[in-house]
Write a protein that binds this ligand. Structure first.
Ligand code: PEP
Length: 267
């Protein structure tokens, strides 16, 4: 089974020159030794670097994603500061992250907004990496599964709003990946145990499968302080289909070590 390892570059690096250098470092290493059949790599540069990075990666096995898209319109309009799904697709991205905890925290993204963003993404055939996860307080209060249930409720809402629910489920089966990212593990160096992540992923898979039959085999990635040293542990779990990587994705060597751990484990 193919794994997915996705680098979320967030608001990094500072210059286009450095973004291209990171893309080039990934390209030269993957061209030589990487087994792309067992692990699909994707990077999500910041919006300002998306077009140049995706152009550089165009003929490679690496995919390019946006980190977000506009809620308000899938195309054009008077939405200062936004980038639409159409513009993102035109810039060369084929996927977008949605619902990252930093978007939920700093931009107050709630389920209504995220359903609309998903609809917009699908109008442009963009794949969606939908991020979910609980805060430290919710984890401590043992509310993780309740939080995930509430966050995943965007999927049945989207299906209900679709003109053809069955067609929408078939499309989502091909274009939706869930990334489980406990907020308390993002950028902190703290990680849940592999057993905890595996049990949570099992719950996510069962929940998503209950929404529509075609969603029975959805990929669920883990994100939160994954690095070159701990990737093997996560990769060993059959419940963990890959990783969404922040900090460690800004260094080509550590990102590819993580990818290699998943490629070996899933081969
Ligand atoms: C993220 O923000 O998606 C993430 C997983 O970050 P980090 O790997 O730095 O914890």
């Amino acid at each position: 089974m193919q794994a997915w390892v996705i680098g979320n570059w967030k608001q990094n690096p500072a210059t286009n020159h450095d973004a291209m250098a990171l893309a080039d470092a990934l390209l030269s290493a993957t061209a030589k030794e990487f087994d792309k059949k067992t692990c699909q790599l994707m990077v999500a540069p910041s919006c300002i670097h998306l077009a140049t990075v995706s152009a550089r990666l165009q003929d490679s096995s690496l995919l390019c994603a946006a980190q977000d898209i506009s809620t308000h319109s899938a195309s054009i309009g008077a939405y200062t500061g936004d980038c639409s799904a159409e513009q993102i697709a035109d810039a060369g991205a084929t996927w977008t992250l949605l619902g990252h905890s930093e978007r939920r925290q700093y931009h107050k993204e709630c389920n209504d907004i995220l359903v609309q963003k998903m609809r917009n993404a699908l109008t442009q055939d963009l794949g969606i990496v939908f991020c979910v996860g609980e805060t430290q307080a919710q984890y401590d209060a043992k509310q993780t599964l309740d939080v995930l249930t509430e966050q995943l409720a965007v999927i049945p809402t989207l299906l209900q709003q679709a003109e053809q629910t069955a067609d929408c489920a078939d499309i989502l089966a091909k274009r939706l990946i869930i990334a489980y990212e406990p907020v308390w593990a993002i950028g902190t160096g703290k990680v849940p145990t592999v057993a905890e992540v595996s049990a949570t992923h099992e719950y996510i898979k069962q929940t998503v499968a209950s929404f529509a039959a075609p969603l029975a085999d959805i990929n669920v990635l883990y994100g939160g302080s994954v690095n070159a040293a701990n990737a093997d542990n996560f990769a060993a779990s059959p419940m963990i289909n890959g990783a969404l990587v922040g900090g460690a994705a800004l260094n080509a060597e550590s990102f590819l070590t993580i990818a290699d751990a998943f490629a070996r484990a899933k081969a």
